[in-house]
Design a protein around this ligand. Sequence first.
Ligand SMILES: Cc1ncc(COP(=O)(O)O)c(C=O)c1O
Length: 457
Amino acid sequence: MISKYLLIFSLVKQFLEKAVLTPDVALASHVKTEVPRTMVTRNPNMEKLKKGYLFPEISIKREAHQKKYPDAKIISLGIGDTTEPIPSIIASAMAESLRKVIAEKVYPNMGIKDSDVFISDGAQCDIARLQMLFGPNVTIAVQDPTFPVRHSPLFTGRTQIDPASSSCSILIPMGWSPPAGDLQGYVDNGVIVGQTGAADDSGRYAGIAYMRCAPENDFFPDLSRVPRTDVIFFCSPNNPTGHMASPAQLRELVDFARRNGSIIVFDSAYAWYVSEGKPRSIYEVPGAREVAIEISSFSKFAGFTGVRLGWAVVPSELRYADGHPVARDFDRIVCTCFNGASSVAQAGGLASLATEEGRDAVRRVVGVYKENARVLVDTFASLGKEVYGGVDSPYVWVRFPGRRSWDVFAEILDKMHVITVPGSGFGPGGEGFVRVSAFNSKDRVLEAAARLSKFLA
Ligand SMILES: Cc1ncc(COP(=O)(O)O)c(C=O)c1O
């Protein structure tokens, strides 16, 4: 019985955190006029939404009612949520709030508060929600090449593809996305909400600034030639190139956004692959909280591709041009189109981050893939290929000068029964490259390396 009340209490507390605390922050912002602002115009459609949200509103009324009648034993027949207690083994893992653990363990000394962290069902879904938040009137910049979305639910995570249990003789790296041509995470969501014009023959959409990231520019765009955009999507360590932006590059990016009044959406899905001592978060750069959102995921370090858990950090310091806190609108979007990450997934997330034991366990998993990546890098390097990434990333990016990505892909598949991903699938800037993923068992990667050595020699 007591646990029922605890559950109800925690639900109400969650609602109050969302519904009551955030407006206070907003109120404070209008008093303090010196708060720095970006130049991004708030999506006008957000203004049209009716104020409040049914259930948080009820929570507020309930709290007021309880204050008025402190002895009343309120019975809630309001929320359509379950009341049976979560099994104790899970509940104990969830005792600490995941938001708090993420703020403390992933962003130590970076000024990120629990309330800045939004738990989600994965970074891909957060990208869609962020694009819905920004709406049709913003301009965006993306890296070229850039990370693709998967185009079939059949391929969403290891629950569907398990090469270890397959008798198939083709080696399918776990991170394989069906070569989707121009299906790109940040871009396609932008197209759907109406931020762009039509695509040209090369697959580039009118209205998007494509920031070329190639070996020739150390995979970092020449920002003096990048036009101002409202939003800059930036992924590091990068999918597909495997490049990790240096501290100097990240500083340059933050300075650029500050000068232009832009918002960076920093995708750190592969941050756990970054070696000790190198930057893992955009918030390691001073001044980033006023211009950057960070999205991240449990998929790639805790093996949660099929479990679905991630987070977005939207710092309270980040404001629209009119001073409105971006987090407040994002909260509204999240409440409107997402009913929360599953408790089981959150318990798993807590178990992997809250304790040193959990963090060691995920470091070991990451270590397996990093070792695989090293084997792949060494294999291509020993074959005289130009190879990038694979050090702070599970992806290895290999250049085949003068050849089309799809031809190389076909040859490697035909002769070696190994699937890679044609670089051109990540955008025109990926032509001439293939991406090789380290997400597979050590044995299979060693076998793939042996086949590659035999046929590419
Ligand atoms: C750069 C990048 N961001 C986000 C995602 C999606 O992550 P999630 O599984 O959390 O949706 C991926 C998945 O491949 C990715 O490569």
